[in-house]
Design a protein around this ligand. Sequence first.
Ligand SMILES: O=C(O)C1=C[C@@H](OP(=O)(O)O)[C@@H](O)[C@H](O)C1
Ligand SMILES: C=C(OP(=O)(O)O)C(=O)O
Length: 446
Amino acid sequence: MALSRPRDGHSPWAPARRSAITLSPPAHPIHAELTVPGSKSFANRALILAAQAEGTSQLGGFLRSDDTYWCLDALRRLGVRAEVEGETVTVEGCGGRWPVARGSLFAGSAGTVARFLPGALAAAPGGEWVLDGSDQLRSRPLEPLVQALRTLGGHVEAVEGGGLPLRVWGGGLRGGRVSISGKVSSQFLSGLLLAAPKADASVTVEVEDDLVQPAYVGITLAVMRRFGARVEHDAGFRRIEVHPGPYRAADHVLEADASTASYFLALAAASGGRVRVTNVGAASLQPDARFVDVLEAMGARVIRGDAFLEVAGSGHLRGGLTVDMKPMSDQALTVGVLAALADGPVTVTGVAHIRQHESDRIAVLAANLGALGIRAEEHPDGFTVHPGEPRPGTVDPHDDHRVAMAFALLAARVPGVRILGPGCVSKTYPGFFEKLGRLGVGVQSE
Ligand SMILES: O=C(O)C1=C[C@@H](OP(=O)(O)O)[C@@H](O)[C@H](O)C1
Ligand SMILES: C=C(OP(=O)(O)O)C(=O)O
């Protein structure tokens, strides 16, 4: 099947492209109360389950971003009717029998779409599709998921190499036992679990090695239950039993994005200001809602409510610590950039797998800190940053939204940090730089 596809993951929901943006510190410490938009992790799980459900679901708190665009686009190409109005998506479920049973699907740069859709396709009674993605997503791993779906009788084949593009045939999944690796990505396990209720019999999944970011598996199970799935699991999500049954339509309010919230809370810690995020709290299921613990260890004052988080910075960041970021590794770069402003070295461990995220995040962090005059050592599973006086300079995010958002934090104190290709933030938050501007950070576009 010939494929014509965009090479990157930028969607029609991304703002007009700018070649670079230069940031400068706010004139006054930032004091703000703000909300952040919806989480792509919640949105893409709920979209895929609502599409497979019997009946119509309404999902509130939806954010238009690249990752959610490509998820919705793939479901529409499968014949699912879905309408977005304001922050609400209405999805007419097809019961898992995709109305368009042949064709090409595109995941953009969304790991969630690449890892969650193959199971939903293989579990369908019939059909044949090719799922592809951006160049960046093509280079990210998929094999453990492909192998596990095959163990359950799924008909899935990499077209070339081991990742995307992937050819998937419907035909169903049988139940039984299956083991899967969790040390490179928790999304393999999540993708298998989301498909498991559609199998002919119960599926028992065991994690055969380590499991990174287990909280995302908790989110998977919570969203599955919301759509009617019956699931049992141990405390660490290492052994999970999923019973067969249909997904049923459910109205669902998606959690606001704790990863996005972390940048604004970190900005308060770095700038000596105070930020309260009023729609992400300690009750969130997202691991990054616990990132405030790291800010506290670095000297910030934190107030935790069930539905809000507040951070007040002293303007001084404490270093001299080692942090295992495996449970919330999307914030590893945030720690790395804050460390440049701290009073002692900071080491991050437990994040070997982020070398296979949107970029090799450890290498890209070290190279960009180096370009700003900050020494950073790479380790196989993390890095050590030696703080200093970052100088103005250019950051190349390698089309990785978290690199761009983390380096933007330097604007708390450093004038003249220039970020290339800032549009990459639209993967999860197209309005990120505009929001920084409204908080008083100087934002100059080229
Ligand atoms: O399941 C999810 O929604 C996610 C899981 C995590 O990925 P990995 O488990 O691949 O690290 C996380 O980094 C990503 O931003 C979202
Ligand atoms: C790793 C990330 O995304 P993805 O869902 O593409 O894996 C991320 O958002 O940091």
